[in-house]
Design a protein around this ligand. Structure first.
Ligand code: FCB
Length: 412
């Protein structure tokens, strides 16, 4: 009976079903600009001021994925994923300027080989916001030499590991690094300088383009992109011209700046969708209805993924959804969240948008940057003491989707 009321939506053959992680958030034991910032007195004072327990905001051993990487890839397999997106940590590979760590690169080779053996397509992130100490001490991404340093790193990785990579992500969400690190100041290097922010933007654009060229020189058919945090900016009132204009401007600036400036230098676009911003004409220019929110207070707005896909589709390249997910410790909302978002992904595909895959953020609970370990994004819960991974009920739902390549939605 129930079956009759359900509609089956089929995804294209060969659709990538995956889960996403990032090195610093899961590996543990990394020494870089973030690990130093977390330990700084300033950070401690700031957390104290907000009555937060410092220990919960230090990545430390994280999920111990450095040692448990085989367990993680087994979990991805259990979810019936055919792909895995993760990152390598620059600071492990080049801990000192110009000195390459054999141990670091050997480790990642083993990680990649393990994934290959398990027949998982590899989506590799080269830079996910964190920098080696020597790099940040020289001024990080605001330094003129940053692009040269990054190119050298990319060259090294391409030579050492490139044969095992299926999809490349040079930079993760560059606009977020710029705004949180150089404007709002909540990520290291904690600056509030529009001038620096613009320098960093220009350097990241260059770094991506050079990275793209390096990868393509070695592997002409490589698939290279960055990830673009793409919000759905919606005018609160469609008849209010100012709100319409502001929403368009926000889309043009936040969603479009990086792809516009790197046009011709990506083979697909990596889309991350988390946010719906309902734009009003008066400060703070955003007024969401928040009928349903995640544990972090982020509005759940599945339709927005459709419009985000639409916004990026104008760049004329296939799109892979590299991140989409929610903090939901009780796992009450995750299964519906996934299905409802996928419904709109399916609609986008039906409307002719070339979407090639969906990666859920995240495989396991992990270190959520400035928010520490509180938000629980995992399909698998991680016991913070033992690092044991325990499936949440929604894992089963996602596993079924990945296996069947379909979602079932209620017709009502
Ligand atoms: C994205 C980041 C990712 C994770 C999710 C929740 O912006 O790329 O590392 O923190 O948000």
């Amino acid at each position: 009976m129930l079956e009759n009321k359900q509609k089956i939506l089929k995804f294209p053959k060969g659709f990538l079903w995956g889960v996403s992680t990032a090195a610093y958030q899961i590996e543990g034991g990394i020494y870089n600009d973030w690990s130093e910032w977390e330990k700084s007195e300033a950070r401690k004072r700031e957390l104290e001021k907000n009555s937060k327990k410092h220990a919960n905001f230090v990545a430390g051993l994280a999920c111990d994925s450095y040692n448990k990487y085989k367990e993680d890839s087994d979990l991805a397999k259990k979810l019936n994923c055919n792909a895995y997106r993760f990152g390598i940590e620059w600071a492990r590979i080049e801990p000192e300027k110009g000195k390459w760590s054999e141990k670091g690169v050997e480790h990642y080779r083993e990680v990649l080989q393990d994934l290959k053996k398990k027949d998982l397509k590899i989506v590799l992130t080269l830079w996910h916001w964190t920098n080696p100490i020597w790099f940040s001490e020289e001024g990080g991404w605001a330094n003129k030499k940053a692009v040269d340093y990054f190119s050298r790193y990319v060259k090294f990785v391409v030579n050492e590991l490139g044969d095992l990579v299926d999809y490349w992500i040079t930079l993760n969400e560059p606009m977020v690094h710029i705004s949180n690190g150089y404007l709002v100041g909540i990520f290291p290097p904690n600056k509030k300088s529009p001038v620096k922010a613009y320098q960093v933007f220009k350097n990241l654009v260059k770094a991506h383009k050079v990275g793209y060229k390096i990868i393509h020189k070695r592997f002409s058919d490589a698939k290279v992109s960055f990830t673009n945090l793409t919000n759905f900016f919606e005018p609160a009132r469609k008849w209010c011209l100012v709100e319409v204009l502001f929403a368009k401007l926000a889309d043009w600036f936040w969603n479009g700046s990086f792809p516009r400036r790197t046009k011709g230098y990506f083979d697909y676009i990596g889309l991350d969708y988390y946010f719906h911003d309902r734009i009003v004409w008066y400060p703070p220019f955003k007024k969401n209805k928040n009928q349903e929110v995640t544990d972090m207070g982020w509005e759940i707005y599945p339709e927005g993924i459709y419009w985000s896909l639409k916004s990026l589709s104008k760049f004329g390249k296939p799109i892979i959804i590299i991140e989409n997910g929610l903090a939901d410790a009780d796992d009450k909302k995750r299964a519906d969240f996934i299905i409802n978002h996928l419904k709109y992904v399916h609609q986008a595909i039906s409307d002719g948008i070339d979407v090639r895959g969906y990666f859920h953020w995240s495989l396991i609970d992990n270190f959520e940057w400035a928010e520490g370990f509180d938000p629980k994004f995992g399909l698998y819960k991680v016991d913070q003491k033992t690092c044991q991974r325990i499936a949440r009920p929604s894992a089963k739902v996602y596993a079924e989707i990945c296996k069947s390549n379909i979602i079932k939605i209620s017709k009502l």
